[in-house]
Design a protein around this ligand. Structure first.
Ligand SMILES: [Zn+2]
Length: 273
């Protein structure tokens, strides 16, 4: 594929993705004629379709079109047709390919299943151009071609774009709706539990915790240290006193330890003297 055409197709597919919610793998519906055409000229239809839509495809064929391939009695052609996933159309007996494909593509004026349609029927393509958001592909004799975006599709895209500009990004377009609706719900979910939990923490936990933090460790330290201090360890009491000194209860501790130290110092020289 020439670079220019590849770029044009990429641009077109981007419109289908952004404005019509197409997603890879792109469901690509073929008619029997394009399969036969490609088979006859030994053109790799699957590869061609994938490179035309510039992405992974999910190749599909309706029961009616498959029926058409069976009628050829060409085993290789039938085998090629079987590579496409069968799209159930439930037409019994099989109907005309154009009507069949249109019936599965045009659902109440919309391309509901987001099909890319590859057909050799000019008549069918003309019908599908009226439906917004139907990428159309055909073989122009040895070259696979994607049609320009139809006027119906352009109008629809413009409506979406203008709606985005006028009413804000959050409220327009199917994509925007989905994107905006979910985060809002999530935010509400997050907001509701948070205030409750925060209130509980503020009202109940902090005072008790702080009280515990302030009192319990210090008490424990004092309780443990006091006997330890007086009994054996020399270097620890001054350090504990230095850290605990700003608080009032610790002052007593410092005075106690200081008093003990003073007493020791006094008693020692007194003994010497
Ligand atoms: Zn059918």
């Amino acid at each position: 594929m020439r670079l220019k055409r590849a770029k044009a197709y990429k641009k077109q597919m981007a419109v289908y993705v952004h404005s019509f919610k197409f997603k890879a793998p792109f469901q690509t519906l073929v008619d029997a004629d394009i399969v036969i055409h490609c088979y006859n000229i030994k053109y790799n239809i699957l590869k061609g379709l994938s490179s035309t839509v510039q992405g992974e495809i999910k190749p599909m064929i309706t029961q009616c079109c498959m029926e058409q391939l069976y009628k050829t009695n060409d085993e290789k052609l039938i085998a090629l047709g079987k590579k496409f996933e069968r799209r159930r159309c439930n037409h019994k007996p099989a109907i005309d390919a154009d009507r069949c494909i249109e019936s599965v593509t045009n659902i109440d004026g919309e391309n509901k299943h987001r099909y890319v349609v590859a057909t050799q029927s000019e008549r069918l393509r003309k019908q599908l151009r009226k439906i917004p958001g139907v990428p159309l592909i055909y073989m122009n004799p040895g070259v696979m071609v994607m049609e320009m975006i139809s006027k119906a599709s352009e109008t629809h895209r413009d409506q979406i774009e203008s709606a985005k500009l006028t009413t804000g990004l959050n409220r327009t377009g199917a994509d925007a709706d989905d994107a905006s609706a979910e985060p809002q719900r999530k935010r509400r979910k997050v907001k509701e539990p948070n205030p409750l939990s925060v209130k509980k923490k503020h009202t109940v936990k902090p005072p008790t915790n702080q009280g515990d933090d302030d009192k319990k460790p210090q008490r424990r330290k004092r309780g443990k240290r006091k006997p330890g201090d007086s009994a054996s360890q020399g270097p620890e009491p001054p350090a504990a006193a230095a850290t605990a000194s700003p608080t009032s209860p610790s002052d007593t501790a410092t005075t106690d330890s200081a008093a003990i130290a003073n007493a020791n110092e006094k008693s020692a020289p007194a003994d010497d003297a």
